[in-house]
Each structure stands twice: as structure tokens, then as C-alpha cells.
Design a binder for this molecule. Structure first.
Ligand SMILES: C[S@@+](CC[C@H](N)C(=O)[O-])C[C@H]1O[C@@H](n2cnc3c(N)ncnc32)[C@H](O)[C@@H]1O
Length: 269
């Protein structure tokens, strides 16, 4: 189903970027299910933590919304947990890829995807048991989208979002020309950076907290910032720096405020 709402300029740019970016996906790629099937837990890894939280909340016949579902890999892992999954994305190509990924992996009956902007969702009120969004809020209008998230979530339901977060002091250093020389930040397909994305900040956290007063924040990613210089992004082995971050933030809670990734755990009371 295709949404008929008139898109904003920002939404059009995101759609155009991801319609093109989706063309780079290898449809025969193997989706890595380890975050949902491995015996080992990785509480220090923010992505694995999203799946742990989803698995903890799972009940038979539960309906999960993958909020900004991209090419469908995350949705497939939620389906592997046992959820019936709905997903939406502004990019038609991503939605088409998601259907193919579900079919290829034998999960067609467990997932459905629609083209829609996050700011106006095509679902009824109080519809989903659980909502999960990965790397999505920093691409969209947060106030409108989180209001929609709350509307479609069942009372008592949980929504979680994993997002990059601004840390003013560290970002000041990050944005110096010397660092940008080694790690550019301009729009790029190779680096997977769109023109409009930006890290969340304290104002965004307050906006989310106004809509979901029952909000818990989990922080990650301190020394692991340096992984991009010493590890392949797709390396499936655990990151030593993420483990050290987890240890340090547990022992010295003040360090959490330097964490560059946040997971929002939002409950609709
Ligand atoms: C960084 S990707 C993350 C996708 C997916 N959650 C994942 O982790 O693979 C950002 C996604 O947001 C989608 N997007 C951007 N703006 C959007 C909007 N206003 N409404 C819905 N989806 C949007 C893009 O098409 C893209 O798939």
C-alpha cells in the first residue's frame, strides 16, 4: 500500500536517498540472526540490547511495529523472536526489499510492510503490543512521529528506540577539521549519511519525555567511538571497547552522560 500524503521537502530527500540506497542491497545476503538466537548475551552492545528488550517483552501472538523498518533485516529478527511484525518506511524500495527478505527467509506470513512517513501512520489507535525503532528518530520529525508512536501503541505497551546522541564536548572535537579529514561527515552513499540526519540532543530527549513521561534512558558508546578506526563495521565479533564502556558506565554512572548512543525505553501508562 502506498501512502497518499503530500511529503515535506525533507521527507522527499530521505525517500530519494533511500530509494537509491536500497539498490545497493544484495538480496541474497544472509541475515545474521545471532542477536536473537545466540546463547551469549551482549548487554554492552546497543543493537543486541534492542533485541533483548523485545525478547523480554514477547508474548504469544504479540504484534510488533518496526518503526522505520529500512530493508527489513531488523524486522526479520523480531519475527524470529516470534512476533507478528508490521513495518513501514518512507522508501518504496526499502519496503519492496523487506517483502523479498521475508519471503526468502520463509517468514512471509509473519511480516507486512507499508510505505508511510513516520509523522502520519496508517494504523489504528492502540494497535501494537511493542514498537521498536533502530536509527530512525534522527531522520524524522521527532515530535510528530513520537506522538504517532504513542497513538498506535496499546496502553501498557513498550516502545524502544536506539539512536545516536550528541555529546557537546566530544562532538566539538569530532567536528574539528583534523578529525573530519579522517572521518568525513558529508552526505555520502559509501558512509551511509543522508543530508538531513543529525544526532539527537537534550531538547529531543525532553520532547520525547513530554509525550512519554514514563521514559528510561540507557547509554552506550564512549571509547567504542574509536572502533571505526580499528574495526570493520560489519565485524561480528564482540567489540572490546564496547565491553570496557559498559564496565566503566556501570562502575562510574556519571560517564553515562558521555555516551554517544541512547536507547529510549518508553511505556504507555
Ligand atoms: C538509517 S535507516 C534505518 C532503517 C532501519 N531501521 C535499520 O536499522 O536498518 C533510516 C530509515 O528511515 C527511513 N526514513 C527517513 N525518513 C522517514 C520518514 N519521515 N518516515 C519514515 N521513514 C523514514 C529511510 O527510508 C530509512 O530506511
Amino acid at each position: 500500500m502506498t501512502s497518499v500524503v503530500e511529503l515535506t521537502d525533507r521527507q522527499k530527500r530521505e525517500k530519494e536517498y533511500y530509494d537509491q540506497y536500497a539498490g545497493s542491497f544484495d538480496l541474497n545476503r544472509e541475515v545474521d540472526f545471532s542477536p536473537v538466537v545466540a546463547k551469549e548475551k551482549r548487554p554492552w552492545n546497543s543493537y543486541w540490547s534492542v533485541y533483548h528488550l523485545a525478547a523480554e517483552s514477547f508474548k504469544p501472538n504479540a504484534l510488533l511495529l518496526d518503526f522505520g523498518s529500512g530493508p527489513g533485516d531488523n524486522a526479520l529478527r523480531f519475527a524470529k523472536i516470534g512476533y507478528k511484525v508490521e513495518g513501514f518506511d518512507i522508501s518504496e524500495s526499502n519496503v519492496a526489499v523487506s517483502h523479498m527478505v521475508f519471503e526468502k527467509n520463509g517468514f512471509s506470513g509473519q511480516g507486512n510492510f507499508q510505505v508511510s512517513p513516520a509523522e502520519t501512520l496508517p494504523y489504528p489507535d492502540n494497535h501494537f503490543d511493542f514498537i521498536a525503532g533502530i536509527d530512525i528518530l534522527h531522520h524524522i520529525d521527532i515530535a510528530k512521529s513520537i506522538a504517532e508512536c504513542r497513538r498506535v501503541l496499546k496502553p501498557g505497551g513498550i516502545a524502544i528506540f536506539r539512536e545516536p546522541l550528541e555529546v557537546p564536548l566530544l562532538d566539538l572535537i569530532r567536528n574539528t577539521w583534523v578529525v573530519k579529514l579522517f572521518a568525513p561527515k558529508k552526505k555520502s552513499f559509501e558512509l551511509h549519511i543522508t543530508e538531513d540526519e543529525r544526532k539527537l540532543n537534550q531538547t529531543d530527549i525532553a520532547v520525547v519525555g513530554k509525550i512519554f513521561p514514563n521514559q528510561v534512558l540507557k547509554r552506550y558508546f564512549l571509547l567504542a567511538r574509536f572502533d571505526k578506526f580499528i574495526r570493520e563495521g560489519s565485524d561480528p565479533q564482540p567489540s572490546l571497547l564496547e565491553k570496557i564502556d559498559y564496565f566503566l558506565m556501570t562502575k562510574i554512572p556519571a560517564l553515562r552522560y558521555l555516551g554517544g548512543v541512547v536507547i529510549f525505553v518508553l511505556k504507555k501508562d
